[in-house]
Design a protein. Structure first.
Length: 141
């Protein structure tokens, strides 16, 4: 697959520098990756860790208030722009730390783990997003 037209090795072979730059940073950075001889399989710790989601996960979602939703949004560096809905599956407006406004139900955001659809499409910007998103900081450490 990597050697077919949309594959990473095809980009290198065909001198598609725009894609090489977008994926690897540069041809030099690709060359610095090295071979399999120095590769070490990642060994994550065996002790489980738990993520803080910015709200009380023991609280029944039917009891969530606007304060709970606003706290979860603030934890992610954003804010809740709408009043809390009666039904947690009803979409409300949110704003992320970079100013993007989007809709999503409290169920989708808090229980489903979704956040800003614009920011999630920019993995290269995750470290910049983490400057204000405490949830994301946990994933990048």
């Amino acid at each position: 697959m990597t050697t077919r037209p949309r594959g990473t090795m095809a980009w290198l072979r065909d001198h598609d520098e725009e894609r090489v730059h977008a994926y690897f940073g540069s041809r030099e950075q690709w060359a610095a990756i090295g071979g399999w001889a120095g590769f070490e399989e990642p060994r994550p710790p065996r002790t489980p860790t738990y993520l803080d989601h910015g709200y009380d996960e023991d609280k029944d979602p039917a009891q969530w208030t606007g304060h709970d939703l606003a706290a979860a949004a603030a934890f992610r560096g954003g804010e809740l722009l709408s009043p809390a809905p009666e039904d947690i599956r009803t979409a409300v407006k949110w704003r992320c730390g970079l100013g993007h406004v989007f809709s999503g139900s409290p169920f989708l955001i808090l229980l489903g783990g979704h956040w800003c659809p614009e920011c999630v499409r920019d993995p290269a910007g995750y470290s910049r997003q983490a400057e204000h998103n405490r949830f994301l900081v946990q994933l990048l450490d």
